[in-house]
Design a protein around this ligand. Structure first.
Ligand code: MG
Ligand code: MG
Length: 266
C-alpha cells in the first residue's frame, strides 16, 4: 500500500529530515582518527533526543536476529550498510564511514545517510564517494511526477556502472512516512519506464549503495553488518524526497554536513 502525503504531512517529514541533517552534521564534527563508532552513536542519540525525537534505528527489528543496538548505522570501508556502532571500531586515517540516521519526530520519519572521509582518503576512494553522491542526485532528478520507479534506478545504475562500480541489489530505497519503510521499494537498478508511477505526495528515500568492485555482499554473524564479498570499499548516500508540485523536493539536506566536511578536510 502506497500512502501519498498531504502538504502538511510533507512539512512534518521535512522537519524530521532536517533533524537528521543536523544530526549528521553533529556526528561529522566528531569524525577523526582515533574516534570509535560507539562514541559517534552516543553523540547522535543524545542530539536526537535533545531535539524531542526518537532515533528510529534504535531497537529496529531484524528479520534475521536481534534488534539494532545503535541509534545510527556506522559502516566503515568494506561495510556496505547496517554497521553496528562499537567500542572496538576505531576510525583510522584513510577510512571512509557512512553514517545512516533516522529520526521519528511528531509521528513522521526522516532518513538520510552520508559517507564521510576520515583524514586523507585515496583518490580512488574519493572518486567512489563522488560518483555515488552524483548518482543519488541523478536518481533525484529522475524522480518527477509521471516518471516511474525504474527511471530512478536506471539513472543511479547507469551512472555508477559506467565507472565500473557495483550496484548492490539486496538492499533498496523505500517509501517513507509514518513508518520508516513503506511501499514502494526503490531499487538502485532498473529499466526506464518500468515500475510504479510517481505521483505528487509520494515520499521516498533514494539511497544508492555502491561498491568499488563486485556488488556481491555477505552478512556478518551479528546478523546486521553487511560487507562486500571482495573486501573493497562501498559508499552510501541517501536523501528523503517528496514528489511535490511535480518535481523532487529534497526533504533532507547535506548543506551543513558538507560545510563541516570541507572545513574538516581543509
Ligand atoms: Mg537510511
Ligand atoms: Mg533508508
Amino acid at each position: 500500500m502506497i500512502f501519498l502525503k498531504t502538504e502538511d504531512e510533507i512539512e512534518l517529514m521535512r522537519a524530521a529530515n532536517m533533524l537528521v541533517a543536523a544530526t549528521l552534521a553533529e556526528v561529522g564534527k566528531a569524525i577523526r582518527p582515533g574516534v570509535t563508532t560507539a562514541q559517534l552513536d552516543r553523540l547522535a542519540e543524545e542530539f536526537i533526543r535533545d531535539h524531542g525525537a526518537e532515533p528510529t534505528f534504535k531497537g529496529f527489528p531484524n528479520p534475521y536476529g536481534g534488534p539494532f543496538p545503535g541509534s545510527v548505522c556506522t559502516s566503515v570501508n568494506d561495510v556496505v550498510v547496517h554497521g553496528v556502532p562499537s567500542e572496538e571500531t576505531v576510525l583510522r586515517d584513510g577510512d571512509i564511514i557512512s553514517v545512516d540516521c533516522g529520526t521519528l519526530l511528531n509521528g513522521y520519519n526522516g532518513d538520510s545517510c552520508y559517507t564521510f572521509s576520515v583524514g586523507e582518503v585515496s583518490p580512488e576512494v574519493q572518486l567512489l564517494l563522488k560518483t555515488t553522491k552524483e548518482s543519488l542526485y541523478r536518481g533525484i532528478e529522475a524522480a518527477v511526477a509521471g516518471h516511474r520507479i525504474g527511471d530512478i534506478g536506471y539513472a543511479v545504475q547507469s551512472h555508477c556502472e559506467a565507472q565500473g562500480y557495483g550496484v548492490v541489489r539486496e538492499f533498496v530505497g523505500h517509501g517513507i512516512g509514518k513508518a520508516m519503510h513503506e511501499d514502494p521499494q526503490v531499487p538502485n537498478f532498473g529499466r526506464r519506464g518500468q515500475g510504479k508511477q510517481l505521483k505528487n505526495g509520494l515520499c521516498i528515500a533514494i539511497e544508492p549503495m555502491i561498491t568499488m568492485g563486485s556488488h556481491e555482499i555477505y552478512m556478518m554473524p551479528d546478523r546486521w553488518t553487511i560487507r562486500t564479498r571482495d573486501g573493497r570499499p562501498a559508499a552510501h548516500f541517501e536523501h528523503t524526497i517528496a514528489i511535490h508540485h511535480g518535481k523532487a523536493d529534497i526533504l533532507s539536506s547535506f548543506e551543513e554536513v558538507e560545510r563541516i566536511e570541507s572545513e574538516r578536510l581543509s
